[in-house]
Design a protein around this ligand. Structure first.
Ligand SMILES: *Cc1c(COP(=O)(O)O)cnc(C)c1O
Length: 403
């Protein structure tokens, strides 16, 4: 089974469903999940797919079939998870800065809940006492991740209960008879360095002793995947070994056997995704060659939002003479997808395909400039199936109240 779609498959998808188009390769998701499972073989580990990366219901159903759990960042994602068939025990809900009512809803679903403020922990304890075990998201004061917008564990970050406030946390636990089963951290996204996870674990082990009912350490997500050719992601095999060692020695010294949970988003779905665009216009300006495609930051905002690199392939002319282009969109802001990027000669009408388009791509798309969001296609068992229709003018008007 190939881990990549062929140019022929991508061209077929474009011909059948039009462009711009998101295409997801199901078997690639499974291969990534299997890699995790193998890397942590023998560890008391559970994985929960961070659904916010890509929430198409068919993708959620497919992830469910692999055996993976699901991590939700809103109660709506938890409702989608239920709809996709996940049993409550495989649903984890990790939110930040939300109203307590939403936590109540997640509890009604029966999800595992990670709470990220003393204020909501107190409310939870007052409402439910010891009856429902919860997790606490801690802020470990570790700077990590691809850039500041996706760094979530540092000392100035909004996320979690600061680890230096553990005394207050224990006070809330005592006063409200909270049942704290899980300690959680999520330090950021695109963390390549295995040592960052080890440091997070150290912080957790340090405070773990103070929580008598603790069963789970949840290390969040944030594994790095390769974006550029030749680039390397997080070495999962090394991380798996390290985590097994650390948990083993913790058990030896404390007599406590803990589980470890992870919430991978990008790792599971980034590489399964291909975004197909078509070149509308070529323009030469001084030394710059612009290739203007039929999309923009409304469909794929990551390059403009946080400078992400997406590898681009000209699947219509792969053997063309290589030249440098600024690949740009059609939105009324500067919306560069790539600058000075070497590509095989681009002609108007060519299909340019963006790689790593599974995670945080469709999911962050919008109708800005009153353009339709792209369609989505799932390739499974070699079959191409539409899993989201392209929008129409009716979609743009759907919730407007015309006076
Ligand atoms: C976004 C997020 C994840 C997933 O991060 P990736 O970098 O996609 O792996 C996991 N846990 C929490 C709490 C998150 O907010």
């Amino acid at each position: 089974m190939s881990e990549q779609l062929t140019y022929e498959q991508l061209k077929q998808a474009a011909a059948e469903f039009g462009t711009p188009l998101y295409v997801y390769h199901a078997e690639r998701i499974k291969a990534q999940y299997n890699r995790l499972v193998n890397a942590f073989d023998g560890a008391p580990v559970r994985f929960f797919y961070a659904a916010k990366a890509l929430t198409n219901i068919n993708v959620l159903k497919y992830v469910k079939e692999t055996g993976c759990g699901i991590d939700c960042s809103s109660v709506n994602e938890a409702k989608l998870a239920v709809k996709a068939g996940f049993p409550a025990d495989r649903i984890l809900y990790t939110s930040n800065n939300i109203a307590f009512d939403e936590i109540r809803e997640a509890k009604a679903i029966g999800a595992h809940i990670n709470i990220d403020s003393l204020s909501n922990l107190r409310k939870f304890g007052e409402a439910f006492g010891h009856s429902y075990p919860v997790g606490v998201r801690l802020r470990p004061n570790i700077m990590a991740g691809g850039n500041l917008k996706i760094s979530t564990g540092h000392a100035a970050s909004k996320f979690g209960v600061p680890v230096e406030a553990v005394d207050e946390l224990l006070q809330v636990m005592k006063e409200t008879n909270l049942h704290i089963r899980t300690l959680h951290i999520h330090t950021g996204s695109e963390i390549k360095d295995v040592e960052v996870f080890a440091r997070g674990l150290e912080v957790l082990f340090e405070v773990a002793k103070r929580f008598p009912e603790l069963e789970v350490l949840d290390l969040g997500g944030g594994f790095k995947v390769p974006y550029k050719p030749g680039e390397e992601g997080t070495d999962m095999e090394t991380l798996g070994k390290k985590v097994k060692e650390e948990f083993g020695s913790f058990e030896k010294t404390t007599g406590k056997k803990l589980q470890v949970w992870f919430e991978p988003g990008k790792f599971l779905v980034s590489e399964c995704g291909y975004f197909i665009t078509q070149v509308n216009v070529l323009k030469e300006s001084g030394s710059i060659s612009f290739a203007g495609v039929n999309s923009g930051l409304n469909h794929l905002i990551r390059p403009m939002f946080y400078g992400s690199y997406h590898h681009i392939e000209n699947i219509s002319n792969p053997e063309g003479a290589v030249k440098n282009y600024n690949v740009v969109g059609n939105i009324c802001e500067t919306d560069n997808f790539a600058e000075d990027r070497p590509l095989p000669a681009v002609r108007e009408g060519d299909l340019l395909v963006f790689r790593n388009a599974g995670a945080y791509c469709y999911e962050m798309s919008s109708n800005y400039n009153s353009r339709y969001r792209p369609a989505e296609v799932l390739v499974k068992d070699g079959k191409l199936q539409l899993i989201r229709k392209r929008e129409t003018l009716d979609d743009l008007l759907r919730n407007q109240v015309e006076l």
